[in-house]
Design a protein around this ligand. Sequence first.
Ligand code: ADP
Ligand code: MG
Length: 314
Amino acid sequence: MAKKRRIVIALGGNALGNTLPEQMAAVKITARAIVDLIEEGCEVVVAHGNGPQVGMVNNAMIALTHEDEKQPNTPLSVCVAMSQAYIGYDLQNALREELLNRNITNIPVATMITQVRVDADDPAFQSPSKPIGKFVSAEQAKMMEENFNYIMKEDSGRGYRRVVASPKPVEIIEIGTIRTMVDSGDLVIACGGGGIPVTRQGNHLKGASAVIDKDFASCLLAKELDADYLIILTAVEKVALNFGQPDEKWLDSVSVEEARNYINEGHFAAGSMLPKVEAAVDFASSKPGRTALITLLEKSRDAIQGATGTTFHL
Ligand code: ADP
Ligand code: MG
């Protein structure tokens, strides 16, 4: 029997929804798309984002400090851990059910709580850029800056939001366990929300006030697991040049060299498509035979057969 293709899938916001009921509904559709790939003969590892969820948990924990003065503010790393476990629970529940519905009974599903080490000297810590949580008034923003030491930024006329650092992932602490589980055929959910950011202090791993981009964390996971594919599932079927312009051009297949030129020409929006294309280029250029793919969740089966999506190759 041919060796199974190993795929790391990075799920974006549209695979998980924005609220508890939305997520519960979304994971059912997501589970179908993932089990489709397993039926295609692929070995799948799942990673995912947590933008709305970590904001939600963070706001809930702030509310707790108002209700109970003995409760200090919850570190962001703990909020990421909570979001990872909550999303992992919904995903592993839905995946197990979908596998059983298709009479696949030999693939255990598990979520690995994952810490990801970042560099304490990462320049991202000096210029927090990633907005999380809800919009608040100027007055509330001032209060949050004073009480919690948050950095609040005005966001294009819509109010103020907390911004946090988004450092690059350097090391997946639990990679050994993840690899053992994947090698033995388990369906593993790992690096949720980009992983819980930690910095090393001797033997101690200290939670960092940051959110790691899930596209970069998934790329590191795919390289560490020697995957054949990194598939980034998002809200568009393909990546475009001149996105949203009259001369918009959808890309089918690009070399890493072409993609690097397009990045330099500014075709991809920072914070949304840019990290995906950067992660795709990083993975595809890391070793011959590695392919990255950006497409819609519902199109993942077609895309793995080469029918759609944007493919990145050496
Ligand atoms: P996710 O939650 O999956 O990370 P994002 O919203 O962060 O999703 O990024 C996907 C979005 O990037 C698309 O929905 C699209 O609006 C936007 N985008 C920006 N530039 C491009 C581009 N050049 N081609 C395609 N989509 C783009
Ligand atoms: Mg995103």
